[in-house]
Design a protein around this ligand. Structure first.
Ligand code: CU
Length: 285
């Protein structure tokens, strides 16, 4: 039964190795801003939601890595402490159950699930709380394979205006970004985006904003945020929506309110209605 008996010096050594590994992982996670951001695009202050989303992401990874380190540590410890030694014969002592251990590995994962659920639910509720009186409401319409933007009168938008976007043409050479449909947003103003579709399911995605939402025919969705950092961002469709899905691109320009108003003043008046919708289900009526 020699294999079952560990000396206390062995135990200390194993504990030291395990804690060094855990400390190393924690130290590594603090080294660059990219790591602190969890390799997410943009920065914490890109919109009013990005800090919350980044924190949820990074803290979930830290929790997962701590669980991983403990699990890997226990596996390594078992491999070393219970290895077969020279001179042992027969089977090691067989254990059929261990109640404290079973309670431990049932309770801890349940606790983890409850904690992850609590923080995810809390943040989702905060992010999806509608703006009471948005400064800007824009109906973004997905269509095979481009985007229309209806800037709706209300808040700081004085008139209904629209932009009808056209599809990008990816031909292997350089893409003229200025020809992409461009969504203008005023910095530090509350924005509500109504998402609709003319045909199939698309998905509105601005990677740097860390939010993505489906555009489902007959089922409007919303996204709420306040852009906080001026700049130009990439947008794309994130739902495979047909042959030219990859050419369904747009740009987002977060600009000062004056620039926003100047852009809107140059757009055609009115809103694009459902004339060009071609939802097969609705067409059958
Ligand atoms: Cu699409």
């Amino acid at each position: 039964m020699r294999s079952q008996n560990r000396t206390s010096s062995q135990r200390t050594r194993i504990l030291a190795v395990a804690s060094a590994a855990a400390a190393g992982a924690l130290a590594l996670s603090g080294c660059t801003s990219q790591v602190q951001n969890g390799w997410l695009p943009g920065s914490k202050d890109t919109t009013s939601n990005t800090a919350m989303i980044t924190d949820l992401w990074v803290n979930s990874w830290i929790a997962a890595m701590v669980v991983g380190a403990v699990t890997w540590g226990l596996i390594l410890w078992c491999l070393v402490a219970y290895r077969r030694r020279k001179g042992t014969t027969g089977f090691p002592r067989q254990t059929s159950y261990n109640l404290p251990l079973e309670i431990f590995y049932t309770a801890i994962p349940l606790f983890l699930v409850v904690v992850f659920f609590y923080f995810t639910d809390r943040d989702q509720r905060a992010i999806d709380t509608p703006n009471a009186n948005p400064d800007v409401t824009i109906n973004v319409v997905g269509k095979q394979w481009a985007w229309d933007f209806n800037y709706k009168q209300g808040g700081i938008v004085k008139d209904n205006v629209y932009e009808a976007g056209t599809q990008a043409h990816l031909n292997g050479s350089s893409l003229d970004l200025s020809k992409l449909p461009t969504l203008y947003l005023p910095v530090n103003k509350t924005v509500t985006i109504d998402l609709t579709s003319r045909d199939v399911i698309h998905s509105f995605w601005i990677p740097a904003f860390l939010q993505k939402r489906d555009m489902i025919p007959g089922h409007p969705n919303q996204i709420y945020f306040t852009p906080q950092k001026e700049g130009t961002y990439d947008g794309k469709c994130a739902e495979l929506c047909g042959e030219y899905h990859s050419e369904m691109l747009f740009r987002v320009k977060v600009v000062s309110e004056a620039e926003f108003q100047a852009h809107l003043a140059g757009l055609p008046k009115g809103l694009l209605d459902t004339t060009y919708d071609r939802n097969p289900d609705l067409n059958q009526k």
